[in-house]
Design a protein around this ligand. Structure first.
Ligand code: GUN
Length: 298
């Protein structure tokens, strides 16, 4: 009888469970501070306008901040807020000793210059890691507050693979929020890193070289099953709304998930992969920022 050739198994990375254990560890550390008579770290989140997806994110961030034993300060401003007023609020938060981390929810309304707002945030409170000081420190290999989504991806990769040294990593997407900092983090882990983007000549062939494939472009199902090297670890950062087979809207990633099963060694699902890790890393960055303050007393 001919031997049966079974498809390689794909392990699904449970980002939700991993984020829950990370959040638990952060909450335990915060509880320890409180038991020692220290104040709770504080996170300020600023939302301008009424974008429904942003409202959901901000609500979740507030809930989880409080669940971890930290203080949450929410500032909701109308969509027609002037840039100068938003920057004045950021400066008040910079000066507020109860606030360790500041997050201004993006995207901002079109009349506001996003870079000017990010630039106004004290780099020591920039828990998003978007300020040029933090981006520059990360690129220079110095201690920095690192953007939450790529940090969450890195923690999952290290959890699954251990040492990443010498692995080929392909990051598809070159945004300041995910692609570029992700590539910097992987470089620090001694990976051989390629950043691919919309002008890359043969994207499929680049992806096929990857031991680690990070998809962060925001295009549903862009990465096909035969673009994946057998056994590769696939991290899907995309969160896209797409019509399902029954016509109803559902969340899908940038990877053709069903086609990747049986090819990839490990894969993150959408939802339940990278998403929950992003908020857990925001709490982690808030605790890191609080502990780094010279006047924190922690
Ligand atoms: N909008 C979507 N993701 C993010 C994020 O990670 N940080 C901020 N500030 N806004 C976002």
């Amino acid at each position: 009888m001919a031997p049966t050739v079974s498809e390689p198994e794909t392990t699904i990375i449970d980002g939700k469970a991993f984020a829950a254990s990370l959040t638990e560890a952060i909450a335990a550390e915060v509880a320890g501070l409180s038991a020692a008579g220290k104040r709770a770290p504080g996170l300020a989140v600023v939302l301008v306008g009424e974008d429904p997806a942003s409202q959901v994110y901000v609500r979740n961030k507030g809930r989880q901040t409080i669940a971890a034993g930290m203080r949450s300060f929410e500032h909701r401003l109308p969509a027609d807020t002037a840039e100068t007023d938003l920057i004045a609020l950021v400066r008040r938060l910079n000066a507020d000793p109860a606030v360790d981390g500041i997050l201004v929810q993006l995207p901002l309304p079109a009349h506001i210059n996003t870079n000017a707002v990010i630039d106004a945030i004290d780099p020591a409170k920039d828990v998003d890691g978007f300020h040029v000081v933090n981006a520059g420190r990360l690129a220079a290999g110095l201690d920095a507050l690192v953007p939450c989504t790529p940090l969450g991806c890195l923690l999952m990769l290290k959890h699954v693979l251990g040492d990443l040294s010498g692995l080929r990593a392909v990051v598809v997407g070159r945004s300041n929020i995910v692609g570029k900092p992700m590539a910097q983090l992987l470089l620090q882990e001694n990976c051989t890193v390629t950043i691919a983007h919309s002008h890359t000549r043969d994207l499929a062939e680049e992806c096929r070289q990857a031991d680690i494939l990070i998809a962060a472009v925001g295009r549903p199902g862009l990465i096909k099953g035969d673009w994946i090297k057998p056994g590769a670890t696939v991290i899907d950062v995309g969160i896209n709304r797409a019509a399902g087979p029954d016509g109803t809207s559902r969340l899908v990633g940038d990877v053709d998930y069903d086609a990747a099963l049986g090819v990839a060694g490990h894969i993150t699902p959408v939802p339940g992969g990278v998403g929950p890790m992003t908020i857990a890393c925001l709490l982690r960055n808030t605790l890191t920022a609080a502990k780094a303050r010279p006047d924190s007393g922690f």
